[in-house]
Design a protein around this ligand. Structure first.
Ligand code: ZN
Length: 685
């Protein structure tokens, strides 16, 4: 990835005054004048009180699990073997997330959020309000990944109900030294190193000295950790790109990638010595992971061209051409997302069937999914079907629905494939998944555990969350083996399959149990780190869960409540329903045992209370934003650049919450009245 010219050129404007180095501030101000975005609201935090520990996270970018294991088996990684396999914890299934790119995954390590909860859907997005492409990898938008980051979980937490509450790990460590070293995501980092990454850019793209990129990163680390003891970063997020550059250039299991891993192993041992010398070795947690894996590619998918040949007006580079009906954010990886124009312009589509009647330049209506899935390179088309719903189309007509619900801040999602047409993800052939393919929603943690080793690891939750903030496109397209967009490369990533999705993941540190651990998602690092630092963060503010915690079986009552919500959603509210009794008899009774009615009703009542409180808070937040939009003298609650964007995110969240309340009220009426179908109460509904 060509991150070096751009993403780390200057300190984030969100850095906290006082912790920023002065020379960096100078560069920053000068740069901001020309290119930088004006950031209106800088939320300041008091200095956090934390445990006396250090965390450093090395991301060996783009190394898949197989390549890593080969290097290990070949004896190339003796220091890693000792430090982690003997003295730390190594995860059997380190997971990336879909879309498997640096932007989406680096942010999730630092925020604990799925991309669709963090406003960072891919390496590029289309701004639906301003109608322009936002690219996280160009000079003009270099810092947008940081200003883009929002937190949908804090928005849905009634105690906060805000998208911009500082909540990533850099922000939570406010007042302490922290560092982002060659990390595109650095919102809130006290130090961004290097301030101008020209030498790495030169090494990677001009002189062809790929290994030098990591050497420069370690030079920065040696500087940071050789500094005054009180200036050593409590948390460092380190991007090591040499492996990714070589993987793209020479292939994911090339000797050039192995050489980078050997180099990393040696540097790591040196770094460990430095920690000992500084007297902080016993207080330091070291995390090694990749952001995503990689697979061999080499064939080019000219999606734009193929769409244009069918008469579809795809957004061209010429800004004067405004007649387009489709936007492809297809910058050079093995997945892309597309935005579809419809009656409401480019607002997020709420129904997947919209893509079946797409206008062409020749005045016809065509079915986008048929056209796209007939292209040789296409594999899966994942179409938005609501904020938390998607329809997956595979080849040969295979179709499935993903639907998600939340009970007490835990996500429950169902995967429901068409039995006649076939299962696009092939999950039905996995023995251990049988009981979860009963058409009912199941907990996010079950999906994590049960799909980690399948062909499409952990895809259900990625799909169930990716459309929620509305910043992602209306469709994600993944490609068949060997294909990539925009440019021919030897290796690619960005897709949902096992080579991109499984990564090395290991940790050592004061409180880490030794031995093999099970499975970890990128979002799961965040709650571990906050625990190490002793920062109290409510689990409702992020998507992760401590991977060392005992795996509790899912809450069966919450599963049933989600199943009921899913059912009620597909019918008119009972106040407008004809034949409620019949509905209960034929639809509810087969789903729920009447002996569970009271327990589910109790849960539904609690959930209704939460949503009631949330809807009031969301309404107030929306009112304040609308005031800011309409009146000059109103308080500025949101960065004006993001005002329209936030208004649409919060409006949809409010709508969703209110719709869910109607369903919960109906669920309560049914559960309270119809324990016996012949009761007077049930007949009286
Ligand atoms: Zn890459």
């Amino acid at each position: 990835m060509t991150i070096f010219i751009t993403a780390t050129v200057v300190a984030s404007p969100y850095s906290f005054a006082g912790t920023r180095h002065s020379e960096q501030r100078h560069v920053n101000d000068a740069f901001k004048k020309d290119f930088g975005r004006k950031v209106y609201l800088e939320k300041k935090l008091p200095k956090a009180s934390i445990e006396d520990v250090y965390v450093i996270h090395f991301i060996i970018d783009g190394v898949n699990l197989e390549t890593f294991n080969q290097a290990l088996a070949g004896g190339r990684l003796p220091n890693i073997r000792r430090m982690f396999f003997e003295e730390g914890a190594v995860f059997k299934s380190g997971l990336s997330l879909f879309p498997s790119t640096s932007s989406t995954v680096y942010q999730s390590y630092a925020t604990g959020l799925w991309p669709g909860h963090a406003g960072i859907p891919h390496i590029q997005r289309f701004d639906r309000n301003r109608l322009k492409l936002v690219d996280y990898l160009t000079v003009s938008d270099y810092d947008t990944i940081n200003s883009d980051q929002i937190n949908l979980r804090t928005l849905m937490n009634p105690k906060i109900a805000d998208l911009n509450t500082p909540s990533n790990i850099f922000e939570l460590l406010s007042g302490h030294p922290t560092a982002a070293v060659y990390s595109p995501f650095n919102k809130g980092a006290a130090k961004i190193a290097p301030s101008v990454p020209l030498r790495a850019f030169w090494a990677a793209y001009i002189s062809g000295d790929e290994a030098r990129v990591d050497q420069l990163a370690f030079a920065e680390i040696n500087k940071l950790y050789g500094d005054n003891l009180e200036d050593i970063p409590r948390y460092s997020l380190v991007g090591l790109y040499s492996s990714d550059i070589n993987g793209h250039r020479y292939g994911p299991a090339s000797k050039e990638v192995f050489e980078i891993l050997t180099q990393f192993d040696l540097y790591l041992a040196e770094f460990e010595k430095l920690l000992a010398k500084r007297g902080i070795h016993e207080k330091t947690y070291i995390v090694v992971s990749a952001d995503h894996g990689m697979h061999s590619t080499g064939k080019l998918f000219r999606l734009r061209k193929a769409l244009e040949a069918k008469g579809i007006h795809v957004k061209p580079n010429n800004p004067k051409d405004k007649g387009y009906t489709l936007v492809a954010a297809d910058r050079g990886v093995s997945s892309t997302h597309l935005y579809v124009k419809h009656n409401d312009g480019f607002s997020p589509i709420q129904n997947a069937s919209i893509i079946e009647k797409h206008p062409t330049l020749w005045g016809e209506k065509i079915d986008l999914k048929d056209i796209i899935l007939k292209m040789d390179a296409s594999e899966l088309l994942i179409v938005r079907n609501g904020d938390r719903k998607a329809r997956i189309f595979g080849r040969e007509g295979k179709t499935a629905d993903v639907e998600c619900y939340t009970v007490n801040y835990v996500d429950y999602c169902s995967y429901n494939f068409d039995e006649l047409l076939g299962d696009p993800l092939g999950y039905s052939s996995a023995e251990n998944l049988r009981q979860f393919l009963d058409k009912e929603p199941h907990s996010t943690f079950e999906w994590r555990a049960k799909t980690a080793e399948l062909e499409y690891p952990d895809l259900i939750m990625a799909i169930g969350t990716m459309f929620e903030d509305g910043r992602a496109g209306d469709m994600f397209l993944t490609v068949r083996d060997g294909y990539g967009f925009k440019k021919i490369k030897a290796g690619g990533h960005g897709g949902p399959k096992i080579e991109d999705m499984r990564t090395p993941f290991m940790i050592r540190g004061p409180k880490i149990p030794r031995g093999e651990a099970c499975v970890i998602r990128p979002v799961d690092l965040f709650p571990m780190m906050t625990k190490w630092f002793g920062i109290d963060v409510p689990s409702k503010n992020h998507d992760g869960v401590d991977p060392f915690a005992k795996h509790e079986p899912e809450d069966k009552i919450a599963v049933k409540l989600s199943a009921l919500e899913s059912l009620l959603e597909k019918y008119p509210p009972i106040s407008k329903m004809i034949g409620v009794q019949d509905f209960v008899l034929t639809k509810v009774y087969p789903l729920i045992d009447p002996k569970d009615f009271d327990a589910i009703a109790k849960k539904a009542w609690d959930e209704l209370g939460r949503r009631h409180e949330l809807s009031k808070k969301l309404k107030a937040a929306l009112d304040n934003m609308n005031k800011q939009k309409l009146r000059d003298d109103a308080p500025k609650v949101v960065d004006p650049d993001y005002l329209d964007d936030h208004i649409s995110i919060v409006s949809r969240a409010l709508e969703r919450t209110r719709a869910g309340m109607v369903e919960l009220e109906d669920i309560l009426i049914i559960l309270k009245s119809c324990k016996s179908i012949d009761s007077v109460a049930c007949q009286g509904i």
